[in-house]
Design a protein around this ligand. Structure first.
Ligand code: UDP
Length: 475
């Protein structure tokens, strides 16, 4: 209704591209469903805005605007900490800027609600101070959200390191999960990463609701578990306050002329195996060699986004090294695979690649955006998780919805070349791969349906907006 009064909300994200992209796509869909909503996105920043995010922000509708907070200097963050920890510390150091930004927004605009990324949920307390409704945005699977919500209870129930827990752990609404497949932040209970995530997971219960970038059909039991959790912990309303609104993924194709897409044009349908570890995942030098030889041994065509190796799995998450990644490939690799393989340095137009008819498989680090893109575009996966909640996603993809194969890693944590080649062939030409393709094509259709006008995710977005408005004007 174009005559309706504008409803203003604010959104707080974190300095990580995949989180920013996810929440921005959510905002775009929100104002598309509720034309009279206006959203202001607030981005805490490390050093300077991320180039990929700036590209994304070029195509915003007029009822979304954004502001970058005064940057935190990367050199002031503990240099030896994980990226995930550095990011959270940068957000904590930005709390007073978040408060200022909201304060000045409120002086001109009748804000009603604030939505914060899980890793920026300090903002929930600011929302309370300003008397705003508050929501947590999870760019995660509903299974991962259930795991996060359950951490405070797990912390009480389990006394050893989770990876030493003998049996698989049962978490409401989730396939049983081995302790080692819980998020990487959980893996050392004496670490700062663990303390930070435990605090965050306790804090989410103060929110008025959860927005999750997934869709009902793929995660019905996790969705029910989240609703149940909220029903037990909230005294706010009868409405469960859980909204599965996805898959929200990037749709823009900014890189039309890229060389790798031109190369894909000349390949047979579903013949190319795409390899990428997200916006910042990295392998050790030894693992990179094994992967190179594995691709070579498989005999399949491949398109590989190559990064310089690093000893830490999130080695390029806050900026890639300036070394040319191709120099770390085995001797003669490029010559031997010429014509059969195509390598791209550091970054590729992923959704264009996954959407291309020539692409037939995807080796992914199981970042949730990558997984959703693969589902929405119907591409079978090899699950190769590296950090954050990627192992949890790998369990969902391989054991829950069964649309991925997971290679075995040896006792030193390395996937060996023969194993890699077997898994690639299994996915691209094997019987298991054929079954996986059948299942992921069904999921692709379910994902598309969820996003239709009367689909579950569109209805959830609609209900989210009406819930906010039903509170407006109430004391
Ligand atoms: N991405 C891309 N090109 C690349 C690597 C990543 O466009 O070369 C995009 C990808 O399509 C996805 C996001 O970056 O939308 C990565 O998000 P994900 O949650 O998969 O992983 P993260 O980067 O958080 O590890």
């Amino acid at each position: 209704d174009s005559m309706a009064k504008t409803t203003h909300i604010a959104v707080v994200s974190i300095p990580a591209f995949s989180h920013q992209a996810s929440i921005v796509e959510f905002c775009k869909r929100l104002v598309h469903v509720h034309h009279h909503f206006h959203v202001t996105c607030i981005f805490p920043t490390i050093d300077e805005p991320l180039p990929a995010t700036l590209t994304l922000l070029k195509s915003l509708p007029s009822n979304i605007n954004y502001t970058f907070l005064p940057p935190i200097n990367k050199r002031d963050l503990p240099q030896d900490a994980l990226s995930a920890v550095q990011i959270q510390l940068a957000v904590s150091q930005s709390v007073s800027s978040i408060k200022n930004a909201l304060g000045s927004l409120l002086s001109t605009t009748p804000l009603v609600a604030l939505i914060a990324d899980l890793f920026a949920n300090e903002a929930l307390e600011i929302a309370k101070e300003f008397n705003l409704l508050s929501y947590v945005y999870f760019p995660h699977s509903a299974m991962a959200v259930s795991v996060f919500l359950h951490l405070p209870a797990l912390h009480q129930q389990v006394s050893c390191e989770y990876r030493d827990h003998k049996e698989a752990i049962n978490i409401p609404g989730c396939v049983p999960i081995q302790g080692r497949d819980l998020p990487s932040h959980f893996q050392d209970r004496s670490s700062l990463a663990y303390k930070l995530i435990l605090d965050r997971c306790r804090r989410v219960s103060h929110a008025d609701g959860f927005i999750v970038n997934s869709f009902s059909k793929i995660e019905e039991s996790s969705e029910r578990a989240l609703q149940e959790h909220n029903r037990l912990s909230s005294n706010k309303s009868n409405n469960s306050g859980v909204y599965l609104i996805g898959p929200n993924v990037q749709t823009g194709s900014s890189d039309e002329g890229s060389e790798c897409v031109k190369w894909l044009e000349n390949q047979k349908a579903k013949s190319v195996f795409y390899v990428s570890f997200g916006s910042g995942g990295t392998l050790s030098q030894q693992q990179m060699n094994e992967l190179a030889f594995g691709l070579e041994l498989s005999g399949e065509k491949f398109l590989w986004v190559v990064r310089a190796p690093s000893d830490s799995a999130d080695g390029a998450y806050l900026g890639a090294s300036s070394d040319d990644p191709l120099q770390f490939l085995p001797n003669g690799f490029l010559e031997r695979t010429k014509g059969r393989g195509f390598v791209v340095r550091s970054w590729a137009p992923q959704t264009q690649i996954l959407g291309h008819v020539s692409t037939g498989g995807f080796l992914t680090h199981c970042g949730w955006n990558s997984a959703l893109e693969s589902i929405l575009l119907g591409v079978p996966m090899v699950a190769w998780p590296l950090f954050a909640e990627q192992r949890t996603n790998a369990v969902l993809l391989t054991e829950g919805v069964k649309v991925a194969l997971r290679p075995k890693f040896n006792d030193s944590g390395i996937a060996e070349r023969e194993e890699i080649a077997e898994v690639i062939k299994g996915l691209m030409v094997g019987e298991e791969g054929r079954l996986i393709r059948g299942r992921i094509e069904k999921l692709r259709d379910a994902a598309a349906e969820a996003l239709e006008e009367h689909g579950s995710s569109t209805r959830a977005l609609y209900q989210f907006g009406t819930q906010i408005e039903s509170f407006v004007g109430q004391p």
